[in-house]
Write a protein that binds this ligand. Structure first.
Ligand SMILES: [Zn+2]
Length: 256
């Protein structure tokens, strides 16, 4: 059981969260005295009436009267509850929620953690493959579309080698099981003989992240005539497509 109450948990998040930085991910802010101002994300406007006070950790819009703290902001921006906003922020800042739950949740929490670990390792693996000699064709493809090394890094693009088990072997080397990789949507069971094979092969990869910034799935685009042209990762314990809390990078939408 983590120490502290739910109230302490919220206070700790409030202290850690940088409202101006979080708002700045969506709204272009400029300084005006002690405040930062920008175009309101909650209503349509051409002149900025949205203000953030970094010192107080609050925002207010003089146009639509939206206002509140970092929890309110996240909840309204993503259309989620206060508790869900708190959970997202807690995860983002590495603040553990006080435990009131039983063993079952511990088990599913551990499982989710392993799946996220597999996805994070896969993300680094794909990124490294894109930088390696074997990623040359994919890099040329991206360069022709105006994506240089810094854009590739910014969007977290990668290359899934055109082989059956490169990722599988890489993740096995990190102690992950085939079942865990399959749950993460990274591998598929072989049709006969048991074992698994890589889902993404010979494709550009784009991370799909949750709003806490964690990689929860991938999209993969074929470079040549392979079908399907665009391959999406499946739903998983960490990736529920019916929820709207996921971001596909802009570049993924652009090149798909
Ligand atoms: Zn407004």
């Amino acid at each position: 059981m983590a120490p502290g109450s739910y109230r302490d948990y919220l206070e700790e998040i409030r202290r850690s969260a940088d409202l101006a930085a979080i708002v700045g991910e969506t709204v272009k802010l400029r300084r005006a005295g002690n405040a930062l101002v920008g175009l309101c994300p909650f209503h349509q406007e051409k002149t900025p009436s949205f203000r953030v006070s970094p010192e107080k950790g609050v925002f207010h819009c003089f146009g639509c009267q939206a206002g509140g703290d970092v929890f309110t902001y996240m909840a309204e921006l993503h259309g989620i509850s206060f508790a869900e906003a708190a959970e997202l922020l807690g995860e983002r800042y590495g603040i553990a929620r006080p435990r009131t739950t039983g063993r079952e949740d511990d088990h599913s929490g551990r499982r989710r953690k392993r799946i996220l670990e597999a996805l994070s390792l896969a993300h680094s693996f794909f990124a490294d493959r894109l930088k390696a000699p074997e990623g040359a064709r994919a890099r040329e493809y991206l360069e022709r579309r105006g994506y240089d090394a810094s854009a590739i890094g910014r969007y977290g693009l990668g290359w899934a080698p055109a082989e059956w088990d490169r990722l599988l072997r890489h993740l096995s080397g990190h102690g992950l099981s085939g079942d865990e990789m399959a749950e993460a949507g990274l591998v598929l069971p072989r049709r006969s003989g048991g074992g698994f094979y890589d889902r993404f092969r010979g494709r550009l990869t784009f991370p799909i992240r949750d709003t806490a910034g964690r990689v929860v799935s991938f999209g993969g685009r074929a470079l040549g005539d392979d079908e399907p042209k665009y391959l999406n990762g499946p739903e998983s314990p960490v990736y529920d497509k019916s929820r709207t809390l996921f971001r596909l990078s802009e570049v993924a939408q652009e090149v798909r």
